[in-house]
Design a protein around this ligand. Structure first.
Ligand code: FES
Ligand code: FES
Length: 179
Protein backbone atom coordinates (compact mmCIF):
# COMPACT_ATOMS: atom_id res chain seq x y z
CA UNK A 1 0.00 0.00 0.00
CA UNK A 2 1.29 3.47 -0.85
CA UNK A 3 0.24 7.05 -1.28
CA UNK A 4 1.75 9.84 -3.32
CA UNK A 5 2.72 12.83 -1.22
CA UNK A 6 3.79 15.95 -3.08
CA UNK A 7 4.64 13.84 -6.12
CA UNK A 8 6.64 11.14 -4.33
CA UNK A 9 5.40 7.63 -3.66
CA UNK A 10 5.63 6.76 0.02
CA UNK A 11 4.62 3.72 2.03
CA UNK A 12 1.58 3.68 4.26
CA UNK A 13 1.92 2.73 7.93
CA UNK A 14 1.55 -0.91 8.96
CA UNK A 15 -0.75 0.18 11.77
CA UNK A 16 -4.16 1.06 10.26
CA UNK A 17 -4.96 3.28 13.26
CA UNK A 18 -2.37 5.93 12.33
CA UNK A 19 -3.95 9.19 11.19
CA UNK A 20 -2.85 10.79 7.96
CA UNK A 21 -1.73 13.79 10.01
CA UNK A 22 0.56 11.70 12.21
CA UNK A 23 1.89 9.83 9.20
CA UNK A 24 2.77 13.08 7.45
CA UNK A 25 4.36 14.67 10.50
CA UNK A 26 5.90 11.80 12.43
CA UNK A 27 6.90 9.35 9.70
CA UNK A 28 7.45 11.55 6.67
CA UNK A 29 8.67 14.56 8.71
CA UNK A 30 6.47 16.95 6.75
CA UNK A 31 5.92 19.25 9.71
CA UNK A 32 4.28 22.02 7.70
CA UNK A 33 0.92 20.40 8.35
CA UNK A 34 -0.03 21.37 11.88
CA UNK A 35 -1.82 19.57 14.70
CA UNK A 36 -4.10 21.99 16.50
CA UNK A 37 -7.11 20.33 18.09
CA UNK A 38 -6.66 16.80 16.65
CA UNK A 39 -10.43 16.46 16.60
CA UNK A 40 -11.65 18.20 13.46
CA UNK A 41 -12.42 21.60 14.91
CA UNK A 42 -9.66 23.99 13.83
CA UNK A 43 -8.51 23.26 10.27
CA UNK A 44 -4.79 23.49 11.08
CA UNK A 45 -4.24 20.00 9.65
CA UNK A 46 -5.88 20.69 6.26
CA UNK A 47 -4.22 19.02 3.27
CA UNK A 48 -5.39 18.20 -0.23
CA UNK A 49 -6.43 14.68 -1.25
CA UNK A 50 -6.94 14.48 -4.98
CA UNK A 51 -7.26 18.27 -4.95
CA UNK A 52 -9.99 18.32 -2.31
CA UNK A 53 -9.42 19.72 1.16
CA UNK A 54 -9.58 17.26 4.02
CA UNK A 55 -8.81 17.32 7.72
CA UNK A 56 -5.88 14.98 8.05
CA UNK A 57 -6.40 14.54 11.80
CA UNK A 58 -9.74 12.84 11.09
CA UNK A 59 -8.38 10.67 8.27
CA UNK A 60 -6.66 7.35 8.61
CA UNK A 61 -3.60 7.20 6.40
CA UNK A 62 -4.62 3.82 4.97
CA UNK A 63 -7.89 5.30 3.71
CA UNK A 64 -5.90 7.15 1.09
CA UNK A 65 -4.14 4.17 -0.41
CA UNK A 66 -3.32 4.99 -4.02
CA UNK A 67 -4.31 8.64 -3.74
CA UNK A 68 -2.47 11.92 -4.28
CA UNK A 69 -1.87 13.99 -1.15
CA UNK A 70 -0.60 17.55 -1.31
CA UNK A 71 0.70 19.31 1.78
CA UNK A 72 1.88 22.88 2.15
CA UNK A 73 5.37 21.68 1.19
CA UNK A 74 3.93 20.71 -2.20
CA UNK A 75 2.21 24.06 -2.76
CA UNK A 76 5.19 26.37 -2.44
CA UNK A 77 8.66 26.63 -0.98
CA UNK A 78 10.59 29.41 0.72
CA UNK A 79 12.32 30.21 -2.57
CA UNK A 80 9.31 29.61 -4.79
CA UNK A 81 6.23 30.86 -2.98
CA UNK A 82 2.76 30.14 -4.30
CA UNK A 83 1.06 33.47 -5.16
CA UNK A 84 -1.29 32.98 -2.22
CA UNK A 85 1.64 32.55 0.15
CA UNK A 86 3.12 35.79 -1.15
CA UNK A 87 -0.24 37.49 -0.64
CA UNK A 88 -0.37 36.28 2.96
CA UNK A 89 2.93 38.07 3.51
CA UNK A 90 1.75 41.25 1.80
CA UNK A 91 -1.66 41.36 3.53
CA UNK A 92 -0.63 40.40 7.06
CA UNK A 93 -2.42 37.08 6.77
CA UNK A 94 -0.66 35.61 9.78
CA UNK A 95 0.97 36.37 13.08
CA UNK A 96 2.34 33.18 14.68
CA UNK A 97 1.81 31.25 11.44
CA UNK A 98 0.52 28.08 13.08
CA UNK A 99 -2.77 28.05 11.19
CA UNK A 100 -1.26 29.32 7.94
CA UNK A 101 -0.45 26.03 6.13
CA UNK A 102 -4.01 24.85 6.74
CA UNK A 103 -5.44 28.19 5.67
CA UNK A 104 -3.53 28.11 2.40
CA UNK A 105 -4.30 24.49 1.56
CA UNK A 106 -7.94 25.12 2.38
CA UNK A 107 -8.12 28.27 0.25
CA UNK A 108 -6.55 26.59 -2.79
CA UNK A 109 -9.23 23.89 -2.76
CA UNK A 110 -11.99 26.31 -1.75
CA UNK A 111 -11.50 28.35 -4.92
CA UNK A 112 -11.87 25.22 -7.01
CA UNK A 113 -15.07 24.32 -5.15
CA UNK A 114 -16.56 27.72 -6.02
CA UNK A 115 -15.48 27.37 -9.64
CA UNK A 116 -17.11 23.94 -9.80
CA UNK A 117 -20.47 25.28 -8.59
CA UNK A 118 -20.41 23.93 -5.06
CA UNK A 119 -22.64 26.27 -3.03
CA UNK A 120 -21.95 27.44 0.51
CA UNK A 121 -24.32 28.22 3.36
CA UNK A 122 -24.58 31.86 2.21
CA UNK A 123 -24.98 31.25 -1.54
CA UNK A 124 -28.16 32.80 -2.95
CA UNK A 125 -28.57 30.50 -5.95
CA UNK A 126 -27.83 26.92 -5.05
CA UNK A 127 -28.00 25.87 -8.70
CA UNK A 128 -25.45 28.36 -10.04
CA UNK A 129 -22.68 27.04 -12.28
CA UNK A 130 -20.03 28.86 -10.29
CA UNK A 131 -19.81 31.34 -7.45
CA UNK A 132 -18.13 34.71 -7.21
CA UNK A 133 -16.02 34.89 -4.08
CA UNK A 134 -17.66 37.79 -2.33
CA UNK A 135 -16.55 38.81 1.14
CA UNK A 136 -19.39 36.84 2.73
CA UNK A 137 -18.76 33.79 0.55
CA UNK A 138 -15.09 33.79 1.44
CA UNK A 139 -15.68 34.13 5.15
CA UNK A 140 -18.22 31.33 5.11
CA UNK A 141 -16.14 29.04 2.91
CA UNK A 142 -13.07 29.58 5.09
CA UNK A 143 -14.95 29.29 8.37
CA UNK A 144 -13.55 25.83 9.06
CA UNK A 145 -10.06 27.27 9.44
CA UNK A 146 -9.64 29.09 12.72
CA UNK A 147 -6.90 31.58 13.52
CA UNK A 148 -6.21 32.06 17.19
CA UNK A 149 -4.18 35.18 16.41
CA UNK A 150 -7.21 36.82 14.85
CA UNK A 151 -5.63 37.35 11.44
CA UNK A 152 -8.86 36.56 9.61
CA UNK A 153 -9.16 39.97 7.96
CA UNK A 154 -5.68 39.65 6.48
CA UNK A 155 -6.36 36.06 5.42
CA UNK A 156 -9.50 37.07 3.53
CA UNK A 157 -7.70 40.04 1.98
CA UNK A 158 -4.89 37.80 0.78
CA UNK A 159 -7.27 35.31 -0.82
CA UNK A 160 -9.28 38.07 -2.50
CA UNK A 161 -6.18 39.77 -3.83
CA UNK A 162 -4.72 36.55 -5.21
CA UNK A 163 -7.78 35.30 -6.99
CA UNK A 164 -9.00 38.70 -8.14
CA UNK A 165 -5.69 39.11 -9.91
CA UNK A 166 -5.97 35.67 -11.48
CA UNK A 167 -9.48 36.39 -12.73
CA UNK A 168 -8.38 39.80 -14.08
CA UNK A 169 -11.54 41.43 -12.85
CA UNK A 170 -12.08 45.19 -12.99
CA UNK A 171 -13.03 45.33 -9.34
CA UNK A 172 -10.02 44.30 -7.25
CA UNK A 173 -12.35 43.16 -4.48
CA UNK A 174 -14.50 41.00 -6.74
CA UNK A 175 -13.49 37.52 -7.74
CA UNK A 176 -15.49 36.19 -10.66
CA UNK A 177 -14.68 32.52 -11.03
CA UNK A 178 -14.76 30.77 -14.35
CA UNK A 179 -17.16 27.93 -15.02
FE1 FES B 1 -7.33 18.70 12.54
FE2 FES B 1 -7.71 20.71 14.27
S1 FES B 1 -5.93 19.44 14.01
S2 FES B 1 -9.00 20.05 12.65
FE1 FES C 1 -1.51 32.42 14.67
FE2 FES C 1 -3.35 32.02 12.80
S1 FES C 1 -1.55 33.20 12.61
S2 FES C 1 -3.16 31.03 14.71
Amino acid sequence: MAITVNGADVALPDDPRVSLLDHLRETLHLSGTKKGCDQGACGACTVLAGGQRILSCLALAVQYDGQQITTIEGIGTATDLHPLQQAFVEHDGFQCGYCTPGQICSAVAMVEEARAGMPSHVSDDLLADHFALSHDELRERMSGNLCRCGAHNGIIAAIRATYADEAQTQDPLAVETAA
